[in-house]
Design a protein around this ligand. Structure first.
Ligand SMILES: C[S@@+](CC[C@H](N)C(=O)[O-])C[C@H]1O[C@@H](n2cnc3c(N)ncnc32)[C@H](O)[C@@H]1O
Length: 213
């Protein structure tokens, strides 16, 4: 199911430029060399992440799910000197791609790329230290990620959760699988949590945006 009418989606796409030329090259390389290349954030979502990060001016960003590095580059490009973006993945086969582009974009001072599962890393983060958590990894663990991350998010900090509309599958009650169920579960958890003000943005596959009080 299309989240946004295809003609409107195409119209938005036409106005979505990569924020820097290296990202056009990164997108091309991803589509040439990597399985499931559509997982890349791309310009539409990347530009939102860039603008949102610039407005928030975070000191610490954690990203779950680096993939080829597109979203990490968008967020890090909006961060000030001294700030840190820690981005995690478990796929070592393609890790040469984000490493190459973080270097090309001169973002090595800001981006700390680690090959470690999100569930192993998150518990090691200090309480109330995260300004922005971008969740874009394995969907089945989204509820666990939220449970662990809650105490790590600062007051006034944000959680962004990608694929929250899951191609519309969240509305198909009869054919729900475990990934879809996990997405519906985390949506309910955050929406019903008294400490968060939560909005769903229909950008690309849907982004849940939650601000901690
Ligand atoms: C949708 S892609 C991320 C896209 C990326 N944020 C971007 O904008 O291009 C999901 C990524 O999550 C990674 N992943 C899967 N399980 C993970 C886990 N347990 N911990 C961290 N990353 C994981 C996958 O290897 C994959 O690269």
């Amino acid at each position: 199911m299309e989240i946004v009418h295809p003609e409107i989606q195409e119209y938005i796409r036409r106005y979505s430029m990569h924020i820097r030329p290296e990202l056009e090259e990164l997108e091309r390389e991803t589509y040439l060399k990597v399985m499931l290349p559509h997982m890349i954030s791309g310009a539409e979502q990347g530009n939102f992440l860039f603008q949102f990060t610039a407005a928030l001016n975070p000191k610490l960003v954690i990203e779950l799910g680096t993939f080829t590095g597109y979203s990490a580059i968008c967020m890090a490009s909006a961060m000030q000197e001294g700030a840190k973006l820690i981005t995690l993945d478990v796929n070592d086969d393609i890790s040469y791609i984000p490493i190459k582009y973080f270097d090309k974009c001169n973002l090595n001072e800001i981006i700390d790329f680690q090959l470690i599962p999100g569930l192993d890393f998150l518990p090691t983060v200090l309480d109330e230290s995260i300004d922005l958590l971008f969740m874009d990894a394995d969907k089945k663990n989204y509820p666990k990620y939220f449970q662990i991350a809650d105490s790590k998010i600062k007051s006034g900090g944000y959680i962004l959760i990608d694929n929250i509309l899951w191609n519309g599958r969240v509305t198909q009650k009869d054919s729900i699988n475990s990934d879809t169920q996990a997405i519906v579960d985390v949506t309910n958890m955050v929406m019903n949590h008294p400490q968060y003000f939560t909005t769903i943005l229909p950008i690309r596959d849907g982004i849940l945006m939650a601000r901690k009080k």
